[in-house]
Design a protein around this ligand. Structure first.
Ligand code: EPU
Length: 441
């Protein structure tokens, strides 16, 4: 009988000793979800593009890798937070499955490639732990602009008509409201289409506005950003803005850091952030009895000696409460007095963190898209497994409040969207150590 080979993989884990209130000031990084489509949007124009305040994240590396495979090489500038991207006159049009399957945001190259080259071949990203996550609205948008779209062997083949895409009226609404990356994809494609386009049911998320403003700086003619109706007058070409384009603060990272104060009854001030983009979270904390003080680019939660009160919340499109903060809020709800309810209105399946929070002693019942948290629970440290980006953040928060030691495994999920979170938490007084974890299947 042949010997079975044992495969091991070295990945990082976090070892957290919880139970300490966090206290201090922490700076927000640049936004992942603005940065990813901004980088992809550069495919719309030949030249040298430059960005500053780019977070050092796995997902940004994956996007750079994908753009590199399409012919657009990139490097860091003198400052490691700068990314310089060279987009040549001619581009490859086929996105490799090997990269797309790692990151759904890869789909953001579809609109730019189709508009600039007239052809795009992008594998369907497939589902993920958040649920099915179709891209039908993206494809419908490309068809409305005149593209022929076919699905063959799991791969989307999109071809612009002879003479290029044509401006059109595009409805971006789906069963769960609008789509962030779908809006960005159609916005990019319509920017180089002939004639005018009207996007109805456009997503209003700040990341869509960030991409739209960047396109404007590159020469696109767009109005109505941040509203449900966006109008675009196609132009013949885009070119890099005169100076490096600075990414806005990451609102989800900022919100997560603020919630670390709520979680540990501490005091945290987040600086270089955009509190106005987090109004729904600030309102919720206020309702929970934890008012947040804000300035133009900072916010502070002083929760010393306080516990949150249970409240009910539903995730929704912007300016509603962000689904990307739902897992972290659920962790905080374990410390709240009373029964909190969380209804997931964007991804009804996005509850992979619940079984792991139960391991730490949380009391949570799930009923479809609704979770009921009975609090407060005295959490106790345990080994837990991260399943996705925001679920990992929730487990780290829970570990900070749990008595004893929590080991969060598979923090590569966390590293996709949080720039060295342990280095932000440690100066606040958290005991979080990154270690190499030898995983056996
Ligand atoms: N949807 C469709 N059809 C489509 C597109 C979306 O039915 O063609 C549905 C989705 O299944 C979902 C809803 O519409 O139920 C909203 O999805 P959306 O398209 O807005 O999500 P996305 O653009 O793929 C971005 C963020 C996500 C964030 C969502 C919602 C990036 C790179 N990703 O995804 O961020 O959860 O918007 O706000 O911007 C994260 O950072 O952890 C993350 C998952």
């Amino acid at each position: 009988m042949g010997k079975r080979r044992r495969h091991t993989a070295c990945v990082d884990c976090f070892r957290i000793t919880g139970g300490r209130p966090l206290e201090g000031e922490v700076r927000a990084s640049g936004s992942k979800n603005a940065g990813l489509p901004l980088l992809a949007a550069c495919l719309l124009g030949e030249g040298d593009w430059a960005f500053s305040r780019v977070p050092r994240l796995k997902d940004i590396d994956t996007m750079r890798l994908l753009l590199g495979r399409l012919g657009a090489g990139s490097c860091h500038g003198e400052d490691p937070d700068q990314v310089l991207l060279h987009v040549p006159a001619s581009l490859e049009t086929e996105a490799p499955y090997d990269i797309v399957r790692r990151m759904r945001a890869s789909i953001a190259v579809l609109g730019p490639l189709l508009a600039r080259v007239g052809r795009a071949v992008v594998p369907l990203p497939g589902g993920c732990v958040l649920g099915t996550r179709p891209i039908d609205i993206h494809l419908r948008g490309m068809e409305a602009l005149g593209a022929k779209v076919e699905l063959q062997h799991g791969v989307v083949h999109a071809q612009a008509p002879v003479g290029g895409l044509r401006g059109a009226r595009v409805n971006l609404l789906g069963p769960f409201g609008s789509t962030v990356l779908g809006t960005v994809n159609v916005l990019c494609a319509a920017s180089l289409a002939h004639g005018s386009s009207r996007l109805e049911g456009a997503a209003c998320e700040p990341e869509v506005v960030a991409v739209g403003e960047f396109l404007q700086a590159a020469g696109a003619k767009i109005s109505g950003l941040g509203t449900a109706v966006v109008e675009i007058e196609g132009v013949s070409g885009l070119s890099p803005p005169a100076s490096p384009w600075q990414l806005p603060a990451d609102r989800i990272e900022s919100g997560t850091l603020l919630l670390a104060a709520a979680m540990t009854s501490g005091r945290v001030r987040v600086t270089d952030c955009l509190p106005q983009e987090l109004q729904a979270l600030l309102d919720l904390l206020d309702q929970a009895g934890l008012p947040v003080t804000t300035g133009p680019d900072w916010m502070e939660l002083d929760a010393r000696g306080k516990r949150p009160q249970a409240v009910a919340v539903q995730t929704a499109a912007y300016p509603g409460f962000a689904t990307d903060l739902q897992a972290q809020w659920l962790a905080v709800a374990t410390q709240a007095e009373g029964i909190s309810t969380v209804c997931e209105g964007v991804y009804p399946e996005r509850f992979m963190h619940v079984p792991e929070l139960l391991r730490l002693g949380a009391k949570i019942e799930r009923d479809g898209a609704i979770a009921r948290v009975h609090g407060p629970s005295a959490l106790s440290g345990a080994p837990v497994l991260a399943s996705d980006l925001r679920a990992s953040a929730a487990l780290v928060l829970a570990g900070l409040a749990a008595q004893g030691e929590t080991v969060v495994r598979r923090v590569y999920h966390l590293d996709r969207g949080y720039q060295r979170l342990e280095q932000k938490l440690t100066p606040l007084g958290a005991e979080v150590r990154r270690e190499v974890d030898e995983e056996r299947p």
